[in-house]
Design a protein around this ligand. Structure first.
Ligand SMILES: [Zn+2]
Ligand SMILES: [Zn+2]
Length: 220
């Protein structure tokens, strides 16, 4: 009788333990996914081969600019359907469609795709990048940021500065910022590389205030 009584207790304790275990794990899982869902994060997506020194520099500087966490997604292949042989360029909107297939961003996640190839949209000769205003996705092309594109010798510092300006500009569009008339502000529209070199990688007071108001309400 004593042995059977002991077994009953063992079964009872096992039942309590497994119930607690079942209750605990869904709570842990939903709590962690809630944190990710609410977190301000920028995911960088290298398309084809983007060198690590470029990604390392950009991630550090974007974290400082947007006070956020960054992560680097695994490399995805360049969508060949975006290629226009008549222009020898890639249609950025088609690359966007492909990005949507690869990633489903969380609520406050922004995605910055980086390509080496030259991009275009139908009404323009080329674009440095494109973004969804108030959305999740942005893309920048490094192609025209190299001095070698213009037959000049490479300048790594200048190249990284240009890449940062384009990345900050396009990502800020995803946070809802529009173009700014101040030619020194990073949100000024770049018609040419001269415009990019003329502007800084920082925001004017007006745009900085707007960005602070927008990202200030997102937990970090
Ligand atoms: Zn723009
Ligand atoms: Zn501005």
């Amino acid at each position: 009788m004593e042995i059977r009584k002991g077994k009953k207790w063992q079964i009872f304790l096992l039942y309590v333990f497994s119930t607690l275990l079942i209750l605990y794990f869904p709570l842990t899982i939903s709590a962690s996914s809630y944190t990710i869902e609410m977190e301000r994060i920028i995911t960088i997506v290298p398309i084809d081969d983007i060198e690590s020194w470029i990604l390392d520099d950009l991630t550090k500087r974007l974290e400082a600019t947007f006070s956020c966490r960054t992560k680097i997604h695994k490399t995805i292949p360049l969508a060949q359907k975006a290629y226009n042989p008549g222009r020898n360029q890639y249609y950025s909107s088609h690359i966007f469609q492909d990005l949507h297939r690869h990633l489903t961003p969380s609520k406050h996640e922004k995605v910055l795709a980086i390509v080496n190839v030259d991009l275009y949209v139908p009404q323009l000769n080329f674009v440095f990048g494109e973004a969804e205003l108030g959305g999740h996705f942005a893309i920048i092309s490094l192609s025209r940021l190299h001095q070698s594109f213009y037959g000049l010798s490479e300048n790594k510092t200048l190249f990284l500065e240009r890449a940062l300006k384009e990345a900050v500009h396009e990502l800020s569009h995803t946070y809802g910022l529009s173009h700014c008339p101040d030619s020194k502000c990073v949100m000024h529209f770049s018609n040419s590389l001269l415009d990019t070199d003329k502007k800084s990688s920082s925001f004017c007071r007006h745009c900085q205030k707007l960005l602070d108001e927008i990202i200030g309400v997102i937990p970090y």
